[in-house]
Design a protein around this ligand. Structure first.
Ligand code: NAD
Ligand code: WQD
Length: 339
């Protein structure tokens, strides 16, 4: 059996990917410090898959603890989700973000090399394109200058991992640039469970619909887009999880070291108001909103050119807007207070 270490595997995207890995027959070891997750997500994943997950509550910065995991478990590859992800918080606490995301990845890569584990799938982000690039974003565009420390950590880690691959002929890395992940597993048993007031659009919409928040603030309706609200490339988390399995399978069959970036998006931009209307239509719940000032740092519109992932990995998205909305609502309505 191929054993995969999943860092941050108790989190939103991690838990969906662990489920997909188990369903595909991989053995899964999760390391998570639970700073932004609950172990309940993995209990539910185990139930859904009917298979166990080996769990270590540990910090990726703790090299000793990580070395123990590599010694005890027979790890073949790593999928690395662990990190901090709140853009606004990263402006307030840059050092926490550089330490956790950059230093944490350096520590992880060191432990991997020390234990002869050479395949790594990394959670990058569309934010690495920065504002200098024109959408649709394509991997041949240069890394931009991301506006937030969070975005900078993703660009830095991509560069670091490319350098590690250059220096170590066996090392294989896929930097997966996610666009805007939303939705939940079709069971409604696992999903996104933000702490406090959600920063992101979809969990905020879902919390308004379930009655936890009064109304959504739509940040700006005077952008140069078709309805004036920002456009993004929303991707169902299950499609995103499948992208990790395709990237992993591709890495494992490469005869020697490699370093590639892949966009994971649908290629279809949707506006904030299209998301609100879509959610109302497919959930049957009203989502009261008001137009508010623009949010600092928001770009008017970006979406993926996802053709490289299709050509090289054989990955495409299968889920529709309806799936994204129905699955988000199923998770939120069945778990109004999260895990
Ligand atoms: P999440 O917060 O739900 O998951 C991250 C997990 O990592 C959490 O379970 C957290 O407890 C754990 N973690 C954080 N720091 C750790 C550390 N030092 N040691 C061990 N565990 C640690 O976030 P998510 O949405 O699932 O995102 C997963 C990854 O994907 C992150 O790296 C994020 O930056 C990246 N990403 C997310 C999005 C998005 O919109 N959700 C978009 C692009 C990229
Ligand atoms: C989407 C749209 C908002 C909340 C962020 C990160 C990015 C990636 C995904 C990690 C925007 C609007 C939002 C609200 C609103 N994460 N909005 N009212 O900003 O595209 O991307 O998450 O890598 O790096 O930057 O996602 O969900 O915050 O916003 O009107 O209450 O919804 O202005 O246009 P974003 P988002």
């Amino acid at each position: 059996m191929t054993n995969v270490l999943v860092t941050g595997g108790a989190g939103y995207i991690g838990s969906h990917t662990v489920l997909a890995l188990l369903n595909a027959g991989y053995g899964v070891v999760v390391v998570d410090n639970l700073c932004n997750a609950s172990k309940e997500s993995l209990v539910r994943v185990e139930k859904l898959a009917g298979k166990p997950v080996t769990f270590y509550q540990a910090d990726i910065l703790d090299k000793q603890a990580m070395a123990c995991v590599f010694v005890r478990e027979n790890i073949d590859a790593v999928i690395h989700f662990a990190g901090l992800k709140a853009v606004g918080e990263s402006v307030q606490k840059p050092l926490a973000y550089y330490k956790n995301n950059v230093q944490g990845t350096v520590a992880l890569a060191e432990v991997m090399l020390e234990h002869g584990v050479n395949s790594l799938v990394f959670s990058s982000s569309a934010t690495v394109y920065g504002e200098a690039n024109e959408p649709p974003y394509v991997e041949t565009q240069p890394l931009g200058n991301p506006a937030s420390p969070y975005g900078q950590t993703k660009a830095m880690v991509e560069k670091i991992l490319m350098d590690v691959a250059r220096a170590n002929p066996e090392f294989k890395v896929a930097n997966l640039r996610y666009f805007n992940p939303i939705g939940a597993d079709v069971s409604g048993d696992i999903g996104e469970d933000p702490n406090g007031i959600p920063n992101n659009l979809m969990p905020f919409v879902a919390q308004v619909a379930v009655g936890k928040r009064d109304k959504l603030a739509v940040f700006g309706d005077d952008y140069p887009t078709k309805d004036g609200t920002c456009q993004r490339d929303y991707i169902h988390v299950t499609d995103l999880a499948d992208g990790h399995l395709d990237a992993l399978a591709w890495l494992l069959k490469q005869p020697s070291g490699c370093a590639e970036a892949f966009n994971l998006g649908t290629g279809e931009p949707l506006s904030v108001l299209e998301i609100v209307k879509g959610f109302e239509q497919y959930s049957g719940q009203p989502v009261p909103y008001e137009i508010a000032p623009r949010r600092e740092g928001d770009l008017a519109a970006f979406w993926a050119d996802a053709s490289k992932a299709k050509q090289v990995l054989g990955w495409t998205t299968n889920k529709s807007l309806q799936d994204m909305m129905v699955d988000t609502w199923r998770w939120q309505s069945q778990n109004p207070d999260g895990y």
